[in-house]
Ligand binder design. Structure first.
Ligand code: SF4
Length: 351
């Protein structure tokens, strides 16, 4: 398998591929909305775009018809998608395959911040409820069933559980803890990452750990308050000091490099400040997972300009350097987006 050059990985992440993919999703939590492919053997979440200059022919990635030297293979549709829970819900509506071997679910598909004036402009968490692609709330028992089958039938190696934010002080973390406990009872060796906003009551982080979570993502998306106010009007009411306190407590509870955060590139922040902030996070044991912003259909940001690939490549390369300097490896997260890597170009930058 060929290594994917950083500039190609970034360009594909932004401009997409003219291709179909058996494993894909439309809408949902956070900034991702893609087909899942293997690029140079690595699981990669890539926009499927009929106008892209990239296409696939005979298992190779072509740019304007010219072979880039990068191998491409589709991720096959997993067998667990065709099963139903004992209460009659298709597994496919409860959890999805991400990358090549990650099981991902949104345990509560609604968000207290989803009013149009409050919503994160890059997010479409509630959209799949309207299309019937998923259910509002996943029960612990349903997720345990799906996880067991996904491991047994499709070789899933880790699980990511995210949640929309609730109005309660735990911000949805207690339902995550119940889901983790049930999954760990069914498949004790499956590493699980949970993702939530900083809980007002930080003791809930210990509850998540005690339930069996191996890692946690507390996603800030930007460290620039002006950018936060513009892109995340509701979420930016949680001050960065609360994120800082939650990250520190999470590192104490889960351990160094078992905590991560998303940083989106292309929201208008100063690139040097973004890189410096990522380096500060790495130094405190929090993995800064840098991902290019994409103006997805179904979000409030649809139609806005995608970031310049040169900017994304530059920031990604510099954050990868900061991660190497701290000895912070994505695989050591054990579970979660950093361990998966499909939505970022960090692995192509040597992180
Ligand atoms: S990086 Fe996270 S959101 Fe992206 S495919 Fe992997 S698990 Fe899913």
């Amino acid at each position: 398998m060929t290594a994917v050059p950083l500039h190609t990985r970034v360009d594909v992440a932004i401009r997409g591929i003219r291709s179909a993919a058996p494993v894909a999703r439309r809408g949902g939590a956070g900034p991702s909305d893609d087909g899942h492919l293997l690029l140079g053997g690595a699981g990669s979440a890539v926009p499927l775009d009929p106008t892209s200059p990239y296409e696939v022919a005979d298992g190779r990635l072509l740019l304007d018809g010219v072979d880039t030297g990068v191998d491409v293979a589709p991720v096959s549709r997993p067998l667990f998608y065709d099963l139903l829970t004992s209460d009659g819900v298709p597994y496919e509506k409860l959890a999805r395959l991400h990358g090549k071997d990650v099981l991902a679910t949104t345990v509560v598909q609604t968000c207290v911040r989803y009013a149009e004036s409050q919503r994160c402009r890059f997010c479409a968490i509630e959209a799949p409820i309207a299309t019937g692609a998923t259910t509002r709330v996943k029960s612990p028992a349903q997720l345990a069933e799906v996880a067991e089958a996904a491991v047994r039938l499709d070789g899933v190696r880790q699980m990511v559980m995210t949640t929309g934010t609730s109005a309660a002080r735990d911000r949805g973390a207690r339902h995550l803890a119940r889901c983790v406990r049930a999954v760990k009872q069914a498949v004790p060796h499956l590493p699980v990452q949970v993702q939530c906003e900083p809980p007002a009551d930080l003791d809930v982080l210990q509850e998540l750990k005690d339930a069996g979570a191996d890692a946690i993502g507390i996603h800030v998306e930007s460290l620039d308050d002006a950018v936060r106010a513009r892109w995340m009007p509701g979420k930016s009411t949680v001050p960065l000091t609360e994120y800082d306190a939650a990250w520190r407590e999470a590192v104490r509870v889960f351990g160094w490099n078992r905590v991560s955060t998303y940083l989106l590139v292309g929201l208008g922040e100063d690139p040097d400040e973004l890189v410096a902030g990522a380096a500060r996070l790495a130094a405190m044991g929090v993995y800064p997972f840098v991902v290019p912003f994409r103006p997805l259909a179904g979000t409030l940001a649809a139609g806005e300009a995608a970031p310049d690939p040169a900017l994304v490549a530059d920031v990604t390369a510099r954050v990868a350097e900061a991660l190497r300097a701290e000895g912070m490896r994505a695989a050591d997260q054990r579970a979660g987006c950093a361990a998966c890597g499909a939505c970022s170009a960090l692995s192509a930058a040597g992180a």
